[in-house]
Design a binder for this molecule. Structure first.
Ligand code: ZN
Length: 56
C-alpha cells in the first residue's frame, strides 16, 4: 500500500506573501508551511536543481 510520504523540498519563502516556492516548481501556501521540511526523504527534483546551481 502506497503511503504518501511528504518529500522535503528546497524552496524560498516569499517575505510578502509567506508562500514557499520550491525549486521543483511547487508553490506551497503559507497555510501548509507546517510541512516537515527537515525530515527525509528529500525531493529528488529539488536536490538535482540545487546541485546544478551549485556547480555553475
Ligand atoms: Zn521539490
Amino acid at each position: 500500500m502506497a503511503s504518501n510520504k511528504p518529500l522535503v523540498h528546497r524552496g524560498t519563502k516569499s517575505w510578502w506573501t509567506g508562500d514557499v516556492k520550491t525549486l521543483c516548481g511547487l508553490t506551497i501556501p503559507r497555510g501548509d508551511a507546517k510541512s516537515p521540511w527537515f525530515i527525509k526523504p528529500a525531493c529528488p527534483q529539488c536536490e538535482a536543481i540545487h546541485e546544478a546551481r551549485k556547480r555553475k
